[in-house]
Design a protein around this ligand. Structure first.
Ligand code: ATP
Ligand code: MG
Length: 224
């Protein structure tokens, strides 16, 4: 699946200073192909998460377009876009997005449960929890998990639907070296199996897994 941004930008109007416009993402062109893992690094506040959220269909751009296989996702109705997002795009958002009332296993199965009436793919969810080293925690509630365990749970959840596009926002934040490697290898194998993978990170630990690396600074994307 090809994901392509053209002239994509995001401006925010800052509260406080009336009318002051902040260009979080300056107009950029970017394409992500099937089978590749692209890494975007950059300092805090440079616009990485804003870019990723727009790519994920979660944040309406101020200008430009994002096409998935030549379909403009922001020209679609909201309902159609959320279906596409759920079925084809796996998102690992920044921070903790666990639902506290569900168990770890239920959290991982959530992307399926939201849009299907059939029983969820429990075996696949368990297999993914095994892969991220959380199988023994499957019946716990998220508040019993450490920060790094919650990141790994989010990775398992994003992989559940075998997404064609995988967008990961600092998926390895707070992980030790062995778990960084584990998560990066899962992302790399998703790409090797044909997914288009976009990874945003603060640091550069993921460089050796990436096919291409970009740097973001002040809302501008530069190839590295
Ligand atoms: N809803 C919003 N309203 C106004 N400004 C915003 C909003 N969301 C983000 N920003 C601003 O846009 C800039 C880019 O934010 P973004 O979250 O994309 O940065 P980032 O590169 O992901 O940073 P980090 O590495 O800390 O996660 C920041 O200066 C932020 O304050
Ligand atoms: Mg961010």
């Amino acid at each position: 699946m090809k994901l392509e941004a053209k002239g994509l930008k995001k401006d925010y109007t800052r509260a406080g200073k009336s009318g002051s416009v902040f260009e979080a993402v300056k107009p950029l062109d970017f394409a992500l192909k099937s089978g590749e893992l692209v890494e975007i690094t950059g300092r805090s506040g440079s616009g990485k998460s804003t870019l990723l959220s727009m790519m994920a269909g979660m944040l309406v751009p101020t200008g430009g377009s994002i096409c998935i296989d030549d379909m403009d996702i922001y020209a679609m109705e909201e309902e159609e876009r959320s279906k596409l997002r759920n079925g084809r795009i796996g998102l690992i958002p920044q921070g903790n997005t666990a639902l506290l009332s569900l168990t770890v296993l239920e959290n991982v199965m959530l992307p399926f449960v939201l849009y299907h009436k059939e029983p969820p793919p429990e075996d696949r969810a368990k297999e993914l929890l095994m892969k991220v080293g959380l199988f023994d925690m499957k019946d716990e509630r998220p508040n019993a998990l450490s920060g790094g365990e919650l990141r790994r749970m989010a990775v398992a959840r994003a992989l559940l639907m075998k997404p064609a596009v995988l967008l990961a926002d600092e998926p390895t934040a707070g992980l030790d070296d062995a778990n960084v490697e584990l998560v990066m290898e899962l992302l790399r194998s998703a790409a090797d199996e044909g997914a288009s993978v976009l990874l945003v990170t603060h640091e550069n630990e993921a460089r050796k897994y990436a096919d291409r690396v970009f740097n973001m600074a002040g809302g501008r994307l530069c190839s590295n």
